[in-house]
Design a protein around this ligand. Structure first.
Ligand code: BTN
Length: 327
């Protein structure tokens, strides 16, 4: 009902719409219209009302409400309708919420977004700083009909989708991808991706891609230990706020298109796109993870998206996981 009222007010803009017209249109009483308008105001919509002219929508809040996000999408698999998008003000981790939904049979394309994560999770067991209303904390559910060993391109695909989504809101933003899926602007991290999978040896039950983007954080919104290494779109935009709705919709739209190509053509559809945004290959790197550390030059990605690093002595090793430190 509220989504319908918002939609009527948007269509009428910049002219106000009387409570009576809305009531007739939706088959409800004028009191019910008033109550819903009040609820929408509570949700952050700025709607002014005058007894003679009616209601006027002045401003849409930059919150990741399903109706607002969905209106910007033309997707086939990822959130093909607003009912696929689940919005929360506060969660522990959107990945955890979505994994629970996946266990209960949520369909492919389900999306969870939150305004605040209390225990946002990063790769390698790290935390993901998730202050309220400043970033995008988004997880999406895939059920790809491939064997688990063919899902590694999806982590690269998620990075390309995030990169394209961010670039789509302004030509000022041109992030690069540090293998496998960190997005950096000017050497500082603006987006991180945590992919989680539940699978049997030859069957994927579900794949969750969790995307965190620093959108409107000022320096004070980052914990002190991240201030030198993290950035946000606001900081890269001379302090001007950036539409979280626009960025989130851009990421979902690009994800949908890339995923359709991946399902049709496999890894071949992903790697060239990743390479367009790559800032890792050709660089001197150290790659490390639990129990290993290897230094050399990042040479190439193999057919599965593993990173091939060549040491000074010419020894070449492929890595399917790990943290890359660029020198
Ligand atoms: C990293 O670079 O370490 C990955 C960060 C991933 C953060 C996102 S925010 C949405 C989703 N929910 C989580 O708890 N983590 C991911």
């Amino acid at each position: 009902m509220r989504e319908e009222i918002i939609s009527l007010l948007k269509k009428s803009c910049p002219a106000p719409l009387s409570g009576e017209v809305i009531a007739q249109h939706l088959g409800i009483s004028r009191t019910a219209v008033w109550k819903n308008i009040h609820a929408l105001q509570e949700k952050g919509y700025i709607i002014t009302g005058s007894p003679r002219r009616g209601y006027l929508l002045q401003k849409i809040p930059d919150l990741l409400y399903p109706g607002e996000l969905s209106e910007k999408l033309h997707t086939k698999v990822i959130a093909p309708g607003s009912s696929f998008i689940h919005h929360y003000h506060r969660v522990g981790s959107t990945n955890n919420v979505l994994k629970e939904m996946a266990e209960k049979g949520a369909p492919e394309g389900t999306v969870v977004v939150a305004e605040l994560q209390e225990t946002g999770r990063g790769r390698m067991g790290r935390n993901w700083s998730s202050p309220e209303g400043k970033g995008i904390y988004l997880s999406l559910l895939l059920r790809p009909p491939v064997s688990p060993q063919h899902t590694s391109p999806l982590t690269l695909l998620a990075a390309v989708a995030a990169c394209c989504g961010i670039s789509s809101v302004s030509s000022r933003f041109s992030p690069g991808i540090k293998w496998p899926n960190d997005l950096l602007i000017g050497g500082r991290k603006v987006c991180g991706i945590l992919c989680e999978i539940k699978a049997e040896i030859d069957l994927v039950h579900y794949f969750v891609a969790g995307i965190g983007i620093n959108v409107n954080m000022g320096p004070e919104d980052f914990p002190p230990e991240l201030r030198q290494t993290a950035t946000s779109l606001l900081l890269e935009n001379e302090g001007a706020a950036v539409s979280r709705l626009g960025v989130a919709a851009g990421v979902l739209q690009h994800f949908d298109e890339l995923y359709a190509n991946y399902l049709e053509k496999g890894t071949d559809a992903v790697l060239p796109r990743w390479l367009e945004h790559n800032i890792t290959l050709g660089r001197s790197v150290r790659i490390q993870g639990p129990g290993f550390s290897f230094a050399g030059t990042a040479r190439e990605l193999d057919d599965n998206g593993a990173l091939v690093v060549e040491s000074e002595s010419g020894e070449r090793k492929s890595f399917t996981a790990g943290e890359v430190i660029m020198k």
